[in-house]
Design a protein around this ligand. Structure first.
Ligand code: NAP
Length: 340
């Protein structure tokens, strides 16, 4: 192992869509763990849309970034040196190392990963924060009934693919919305959705009407904007909308005007805002349920892996343009050999 620690830093708040020049890069010595700390090497870095909001220092996140700071982010890492009573070398953990190869931690907010459950990268995707988001929004907020029509946007990403498959397991008729023919084919073939509508392919209101002839009972909204607007034109009576993400607006400097809410009144619909951190006490329940379905072969996901930390900025820019296909990850270091 080299004695240097490569880092990707925050350079400036993006204007509009992020570009690689919004990031910097530097190298430091590998930090040494003090008493009560451990040192870990990053294996996978998670790329998540909310980093775009952190980069504008949005007040709703605890993270604050100044130019030159290492970019924040969740990682899967291997403990390589430890003075912490609960962690030993070889342990695999989910830890907020940020965009760098090595970091020390005092154990706060660290989650131990059980490699026997599923591939370790899932701790950042369907068995991590995105999976918890999908589970909470679908099971606790939307609660689709068997036979009801459940529509989910960004349906091949970690939140969308998990939400749709959870709804399918609950007996709902699931219709995805995605941004390419390839993504839509994957949603039907691999995720088992009844149908999938490509919103870039013509009139979305009409396409949703054709795919959801009895109206939409539940909409799990990952994008907001014009897609949300089109869904509200197709609501069934008593529909529920879970507002999870508004990626369309994250790269706008001023918030866009909201959708016309008349159809919400007409359908006697309910809209609920979802914040995953309110539901973390149900994390082990989510992991138990989803990992059982993974073992049984009735739940799947896709990873979109970029090799090398130096390419993380470009991969993040791709994610914010909607060009990822699956959970956006960066492989920062080699996968550890797991001894079961
Ligand atoms: P993701 O689906 O892997 O990536 C985002 C996807 O959004 C893109 O691949 C793209 O897919 C779609 N998209 C639609 N319109 C877009 C636009 N104008 N610009 C860019 N992308 C667009 O992401 P994820 O991690 O699963 O997260 C999904 C959503 O959930 C995000 O909005 C995220 O912020 C939100 N979220 C919320 C919470 C919470 O607590 N409420 C927690 C986690 C995540 P298509 O090509 O298929 O459209």
């Amino acid at each position: 192992m080299s004695d240097r620690n490569q880092r990707i830093t925050f350079a400036r708040s993006p204007r509009g869509l992020p570009v690689p020049e919004d990031f910097g890069a530097d190298e430091t010595a590998i930090p040494a763990p003090g008493p009560g700390q451990f040192l870990s090497r990053t294996v996978y870095l998670s790329l998540d849309p909310y980093y775009r909001n952190v980069m504008k220092n949005s007040q709703i996140y605890q993270d604050r970034l100044a130019p030159g700071d290492v970019m924040v982010g969740e990682t899967v890492a291997e403990v390589i040196e430890s003075h912490h009573a609960d962690y030993k070398p070889g342990d695999i953990v989910a830890v907020r190392n940020g965009w760098q190869q090595y970091a020390v931690s005092a154990g706060q907010g660290v989650r131990r990963i059980d490699p026997s459950l599923a591939p370790i990268a899932t701790a950042l995707g369907v068995l991590g924060m995105p999976g918890m988001t999908a589970y909470a929004g679908t099971v606790f907020l939307a609660a689709p009934l068997p036979g009801q029509t459940f529509v989910v946007s960004a349906c091949t990403g970690p939140v969308g693919c998990a939400a749709g498959q959870i709804a399918r397991h609950m007996g709902a008729r699931v219709v995805g919305i995605a941004g390419s023919k390839e993504k839509c084919e994957y949603a039907v073939r691999a995720l088992g959705f009844e149908a999938c509508v490509n919103y870039k392919d013509g009139d979305l209101v009409a396409a949703l009407k054709a795919a959801c002839p009895d109206g939409i009972d539940v909409y799990f909204d990952n994008v907001g904007g014009s897609t949300l607007e089109a869904v509200t034109r197709n609501l069934a009576m008593g529909a529920r909308i879970v507002l999870c993400g508004m990626i369309e607006a994250y790269s706008m400097d001023t918030p866009p005007p909201g959708p016309w809410l008349g159809p919400i009144v007409g359908a006697r619909a309910t809209m609920k805002g979802l914040v995953v951190y309110d539901h973390m006490h149900k994390f082990s329940e989510m992991q138990r349920v989803l990992s059982r379905w993974i073992r049984e072969g009735s739940f799947t996901w896709r990873d979109d892996v970029t090799e090398s930390l130096s390419r993380a900025p470009e991969a993040f820019c791709r994610l914010m343009r909607g060009q990822n296909f699956g959970k956006a990850l960066v492989r920062v270091g080699a996968e550890p050999v797991i001894r079961q």
